[in-house]
Design a protein around this ligand. Structure first.
Ligand code: NAP
Ligand code: ZN
Length: 349
């Protein structure tokens, strides 16, 4: 099939730095939309994948799945986007469209296999899909989002993964007035969860391993913030919370958080620690508790989340960087040295 080329930043092998490279994008199919990428957020999932933490990384890899841009070209049959309009691409760029999951707008659970925006088998060009650390992105109009006109556009890019990944479980488990929500880990996802859960009307308590984030959590909107190493403070929350979102990216003890749930409460894991987590039988049978998981959110819900965040004036606390600073940014993300999301200004590429 016909292709075009795009400048990008990627890595050739596990643990090797990202550098400038040229990649192919498919020439527009009738329902495809092309965007010039303006900003791309850096998610911990990008870091997991370049380190091959899960063992499935296809090299060379071009990460990036919080992709915000402006439409540059549209295919002949595109009806929902116009050249010049703002647009976004998150994690999902293809799915079968017909299975039960797709029919329920849960494309991320497509029974035939979802195509992610990077490091996923590319159905058109072969090899792997290349993400948003690049000048352009092409996908079908069904997977492209309409970006509201956020005042600080760069800070809105992280909504496309971090935002929807916490919005979806908060909504599914009915966060709202009268609900006590816990948030575990204040990183890219966690800080979005604070803002979104508060906007939904829930009471928010955060648990952090970082002393410097305790005060900052209140600035972000949390009602209470607890340093998780302080066992006396932790014990005050035993059986107090309805629901906890666990955003931690490394192995940790979930049992101490199951203990903080009221009966019938749920801890929802969205973080992706590469090693299995252990759940003690008594930590869930006592109180009929659940340990659940959640993965991003479907396209319709992502659009709903973007509109919700625009209405409530919610964006990420972002540190805007140049493409050339990406390797340093990954090093800092690894040690938790970011408040709270790196976003690449793609004009620098
Ligand atoms: P991040 O910015 O690095 O935040 C992770 C936070 O977890 C850190 O800021 C830290 O918070 C806490 N943490 C890190 N290591 C820890 C440890 N050893 N013990 C306890 N707490 C620790 O990462 P992110 O971008 O928010 O992503 C978080 C995780 O979600 C990653 O694993 C990512 O791959 C995954 N993810 C999943 C989905 C999905 O759909 N399910 C979508 C996007 C990302 P404190 O300093 O506050 O303790
Ligand atoms: Zn992500």
């Amino acid at each position: 099939m016909e292709t075009t080329t795009s400048k990008a930043y990627g890595s050739e092998a596990e643990g090797t730095p990202l550098h400038e490279m040229e990649i192919k994008r498919r020439e527009l199919l009738p329902t495809d939309v092309e965007m010039e990428v303006l900003y791309c957020g850096i998610c911990h999932s990008d870091l997991h994948q370049i380190k091959n933490d899960f063992g499935g990384t296809m090299f060379p890899i071009v990460p990036g799945h919080e992709i915000l841009g402006r439409v540059t070209r549209v295919g002949a049959q595109v009806t929902s986007f116009k050249v010049g309009e703002l647009a976004g691409v998150g994690c999902i760029v293809d799915s079968c469209g017909h299975c039960e999951s797709c029919e329920e707008d849960l494309e991320m659970f497509c029974e035939k296999g979802v195509t992610f925006s990077f490091n996923s088998p590319d159905r058109h060009l072969g090899g792997a899909t290349f993400g948003g650390f690049s000048k352009s992105y092409v996908c079908d109009q069904r997977y492209m989002l309409h970006m509201p006109n956020f005042e600080n556009l760069g800070a809105a890019a992280p909504l496309l993964c971090a935002g929807i990944t916490v919005y979806s479980p908060l909504k599914h488990w009915n966060a709202g007035p009268g609900k006590k929500v816990g948030i575990l880990g204040i990183g890219g996802l966690g800080h979005m969860a604070i803002k979104i859960a508060k906007a939904m009307g829930a009471e928010v308590t955060v648990f952090t391993t970082s002393p410097s984030k305790v005060e900052d959590a209140k600035r972000l909107g949390a009602d209470y913030a607890v340093l998780s190493s302080n066992s006396e403070e932790m014990s005050k929350y035993t059986a107090q919370l309805h629901f906890i979102i666990d955003t931690v990216s490394a192995k940790h003890d979930v049992n101490s958080y199951l203990n903080l749930l009221k009966h019938d409460g749920t801890v929802v894991l969205v973080g992706l620690p590469p090693e299995p987590l252990e759940v003690g039988a008594f930590n869930i049978i006592m109180g009929r508790k659940s340990f659940a998981g959640s993965n991003i959110g479907g396209i319709a819900e992502t659009q709903e989340m973007l509109n919700f965040c625009y209405e409530h004036n919610i964006t990420a606390d972002s540190e805007i960087i140049a493409m050339q600073e990406v390797n340093e940014a990954f090093e800092r993300l690894e040690i938790g040295d970011v408040k709270y999301r790196f976003v690449i200004d793609m004009a620098s590429l």
